[in-house]
Design a protein around this ligand. Structure first.
Ligand code: C5P
Length: 406
């Protein structure tokens, strides 16, 4: 995706390449070149371990500015990490080692690379490289999930030959591909504020319907999709209210959270914000039924079968579809079906009177960080590739933004 030479894709961009300490550090040299060929001004910061693999002088020579290896320069009066974080339009961490990912995920800031990451003002892209077993470690995957949740993007790793000679997932993405990913990330970031001034309501998680003081009927929703949607909208400048059923996920930064338990509580909270909302996305798995009566005391067990009588809960989304006027707010629902996914989503679109249905493809199960979905509206169905939930959230908001117009 390199642009024509007369309009390089990264012209006028300041990029910091942060080099971690792994064998793949030598490829950071090629990345610097690839970014420069795309028109960027590049500076380089290195961890101490990185300097064991590639000499800073190589980067100094390539970039024409000293490669930074230390926070402690007695001759420097400013705050290097703060200035560098503000200077860089984006930071590319290449290679991102297991150690570097873990430290960044947990807010360590004790060298020039980590301190600068903590002061980043633009997007951060990680290009991981490590042995396949290190990449597969739960600790690494947790770090990646935390960083992704905070808005970072990842290029690779790819599957291929590793430094050890074995094959596996952990190989650094090709420097040209990392450079292309930087172009994409900056492009995405430039539409970052496209939801500022918009108010959105997002529901997430399960609902619990109490049977007695200790028991309830619930479902297996993790809440991750709704929380990712809320985080994505807040990152794009929207004022976000997240109506959350029972779940233990952390509230994304800048999001106003309202905790609810039952479907009827969720309905009340949604109706509260409905009049002010530009868009409502119902990602919650709302319980369709609730017990007709909630027992005041704990229901005693007997040897007889226990009969529960359930009644329908309000369909919150369909209610909003009936209530709204002139297509405002924009309404988005989810559909989880085991067969004829798209056909069912189309029916739901009409039946609930909404603009967009996000249809989950059933191969996926529950609770993961990625998903395969189709976006179904009156114009047709678009099946998205397997994506992280945050990226799915962005694709959904792209559709909402397009509907809201300027
Ligand atoms: O009808 P179904 O449950 O398959 O529809 C799913 C969509 O409708 C989801 O967006 C869900 O949040 C919403 N819904 C609702 N109220 C209900 C049931 C589902 O708003 N009682």
């Amino acid at each position: 995706m390199t642009d024509a030479p007369d309009s390089p894709a990264l012209a006028g961009r300041n990029l910091l390449v942060a080099v971690g300490g792994g064998i793949a550090a030598y490829k950071a040299v090629l990345l610097v070149r690839a970014l420069q060929e795309r028109g960027a001004s590049v500076r380089v910061a290195m961890t101490r371990a990185a300097t064991r693999f590639v000499g800073p002088v190589t980067f100094t020579g390539l970039t024409g500015t000293p490669a930074l290896t230390e926070l402690w320069d007695p001759n420097y009066a400013g705050e290097l990490h703060v200035e560098l974080g503000a200077w860089a339009d984006a930071i590319v961490v290449c290679p991102a080692t297991m150690n570097l990912l873990a430290r960044a995920a947990h807010g360590h800031a004790d060298d020039v690379v980590l301190a600068t990451l903590s002061c980043a003002t633009g997007p951060v892209l990680y290009a991981p490289a490590m042995h396949a077993r290190m990449w597969a470690q739960p600790a690494t995957q947790r770090a990646v999930a935390l960083l992704a949740e905070a808005g970072a993007t990842f290029a690779g790793p790819t599957v291929g030959r590793l430094a050890s000679g074995e094959k596996g997932a952990g190989r650094l993405a090709e420097p040209e591909d990392v450079a292309d990913a930087v172009v994409r990330v900056l492009h995405e970031a430039s539409r970052k504020a496209d939801m500022s001034g918009r108010q959105v309501l997002v529901s997430a998680g399960p609902t619990y319907e109490d049977l007695d003081p200790v028991r309830y009927l619930g479902n297996r929703a993790s809440g991750k999709m709704g929380f990712a949607l809320a985080a994505a909208a807040a990152a794009r400048g929207a004022e976000v209210t997240l109506v959350a059923g029972p779940c233990t996920l952390r509230t994304p930064p800048g999001v106003h959270r309202v905790d609810v338990r039952s479907a009827r509580e969720m309905e009340r909270a949604i109706l509260d914000g409905f009049a002010r909302a530009d868009a409502v996305v119902m990602a919650a798995a709302v319980a369709d039924y609730r017990p007709v009566a909630v027992s005041e005391g704990k229901i005693k067990k007997t040897d007889q079968p226990l009969q529960l009588t359930l009644m329908r809960n309000p369909d919150i989304l369909a209610g909003l579809g009936r209530l709204r006027k002139d297509g405002r707010p924009v309404l988005v629902g989810f559909a989880l079906e085991t067969d004829n996914v798209i056909a069912h989503a189309r029916l739901k679109l009409d039946k609930k009177g909404v603009d967009l249905i996000v249809a989950n493809h059933p191969e996926d199960g529950f609770g993961g960080d990625e998903n395969v979905v189709s976006l179904v509206d009156a114009q047709g169905a678009e099946k998205l590739p397997r994506l992280r939930k945050r990226a799915i959230g962005d694709r959904i908001w792209d559709r909402v933004v397009a509907r809201l117009g300027p």
